[in-house]
Design a protein around this ligand. Sequence first.
Ligand SMILES: [Fe+2]
Length: 237
Amino acid sequence: MNKVTYDFHSHILPCVDDGAKSVEDSIALIENLVSQGVTDICLTPHFYTSEISTEDFLTKRNESFGLLKSSLPDDLKVNLHLGAEVYITKYLFSSTIDKRICIDGTDYILCEFSYDKNYRENMLNYLENLIYSNSLIPIIAHVERYDWLLKDEKTRKELLSMGVLFQTNTISLCDRKFKKKLLKMIANKEISFLGTDAHSMHRNSPQYFSQAQAVISDKLSSDFLDYIQSASKNIFS
Ligand SMILES: [Fe+2]
């Protein structure tokens, strides 16, 4: 069986958020990831739930995806999965949550919240709402941005036991500020997903993908890379 490697978080869709500015930029980003062995990319543009309706977001996203698909070179072999990085606010819960904003229409929703420690209670309430009232599985995008959560192992354990999952950015694994902590979380199997969060060749560059993989396999072991990739595979199997 061929090896499957996922970039779980990216802003590669063209002209839909602050990510890729053109189809050419999108293709360059995809080619870069594929050259590093990535086989599957989750396209997760920002969805700011307080600023745009779900319908309008989906229309914009689908137009962008159509443009990208029609421009992809035939010899560029990659599997693209549609999703969103959903900034969770009360507006998301004002009607039934449309699963098209989840990863490939599954139950898995990539979530972003205010990073402010004062937002902690709101965040925990929203996570409970997603799980218990909407039967969704929240994945917290770039968990390292929540300074308070990195310091609060007890809450992380509680969230994990509720079914919340964590994603980290490849660039953070190459950053001295986060590396040690993130490796410890990976060693404890707290982190299930790896994503570039690539916006351009310069902002969260896709190049960090193989560097982050090397950090994990050198400092821990390649078994942990397999572990992380298996979480992604489980979603799509
Ligand atoms: Fe992002």
